[in-house]
Ligand binder design. Structure first.
Ligand code: CP
Ligand code: NVA
Length: 330
């Protein structure tokens, strides 16, 4: 039977079947080919989308904007300072208004319940551009990048090193379970994903032939690993005071040459970005001054090395987000 996700929300990958996830990935690969060959694909002319950002963004915002324009759609961007949402107007009222004007709504912010409420009240497809719990559009780009490297992803092992209960790690665990991959969360026990989500993912993995592993041992996490993944140690919305504690906890899980050498020789390095791999950011320099660390979650040699695929991954954000918008709006 054909896959049809028209009119659906995109809030977490838990809501999608493996066939539907593969459909998004195939569509994204096709859009990537069309764009590379300069073939017009403005299939959604006349439609309008709105992008709501309560947290900052480079990739996600640009991916939605460029993706929507390539599809022929109009785009409106609202940052936290430029709408009434939450301050003078309830979420419910805002959703109802936006649903009258736009064909689709992207939301990036804090609580997962906000993106769920936007979906509940707007009556149009809502796309999750990152919440504290999940970052589902990121995962499509990540898996597309793994597919481009290895072909079939089933049976491949992806290990997330670091803060393994953040939005990116949660979503990776879900997508790996759905696609029959092995997901390994490698970090200190205090930062392992929540039991409830682990249980859900283990149940999914049982059906698909995937595996969910949790370990605080770097060697075990890196063993037989095809994709080494990391993310920043303190996520957006978390207090700055956390840096000292996180550095202490996560230093052993830094992705460096030694760690990469423990993975398969064919392994690739992935990072959702932005990354603190050098001192060329204000936060990176500040951490160096305070803690003497020239890099945090990944060292510069790995970030600039031959195994690194994070910029392919960043480009793939655009092709995959375009696929999500097209499939749900067409
Ligand atoms: N990876 C990602 O979501 O990047 P931005 O925060 O720049 O959107
Ligand atoms: N975990 C990170 C991801 C950024 C794309 C954050 O939420 O800040």
């Amino acid at each position: 039977m054909g896959v049809n996700v028209r009119g659906r929300n995109f809030l977490t990958l838990l809501d999608f079947t493996p066939a539907e996830i593969n459909y998004f990935l195939d569509l994204a690969a096709e859009f990537k080919r069309l764009k590379a060959n300069g073939v017009d694909h403005s299939y959604l002319k006349g439609k309008q989308v709105v992008l709501l950002f309560e947290k900052t963004s480079t990739r996600t915002r640009c991916a939605f904007e460029v993706g929507a324009r390539d599809l022929g759609m109009g785009v409106t961007f609202l940052d936290p300072g430029s709408s009434q949402m939450g301050k003078k107007e309830s979420l419910e009222d805002t959703a109802k208004v936006l649903g009258r004007m736009f064909d689709g709504i992207e939301y990036r912010g804090f609580k997962q319940s906000v993106v769920e409420d936007l979906a509940k009240y707007s009556g149009v497809p809502v796309w999750n551009g990152l919440t504290d719990d999940f970052h589902p559009t990121q995962m499509l780009a990540d898996i597309l990048t793994v597919k481009e490297e290895f072909g079939d992803v089933r049976g491949r092992k992806l290990t997330f090193f670091g803060d393994a209960r953040n939005n990116v790690a949660n979503s990776l665990m879900v997508v790996c379970a759905k696609l029959g991959m092995t997901f390994c969360a490698c970090g200190p026990k205090d930062l392992w994903p929540k039991d409830e989500l682990v249980k859900k993912c283990k149940a999914i993995a049982k059906e698909t032939g995937g595996k969910i592993e949790l370990t605080d041992d770097v060697k075990e996490g890196a063993k037989d690993c095809d994709a080494v993944y990391t993310d920043i140690w303190v996520s957006m919305g978390e207090p700055e005071e956390l840096w000292a504690k996180r550095i202490e906890l996560l230093r052993p899980y830094q992705v460096n040459k030694e760690l990469m050498a423990m993975a398969k020789p064919t392994a690739i390095f992935l990072h959702c970005l932005p990354s603190f791999h050098d001192r060329n950011t204000t936060i990176g320099e500040d951490i160096y001054q305070k803690f003497g660390l020239p890099a945090m979650e990944v060292t510069d040699d790995v970030f600039l090395g031959k195994q690194a695929r994070q910029f392919d991954e960043a480009e793939n954000r655009m092709h995959t987000i375009k696929a999500v918008m097209y499939a749900t709006l067409k």
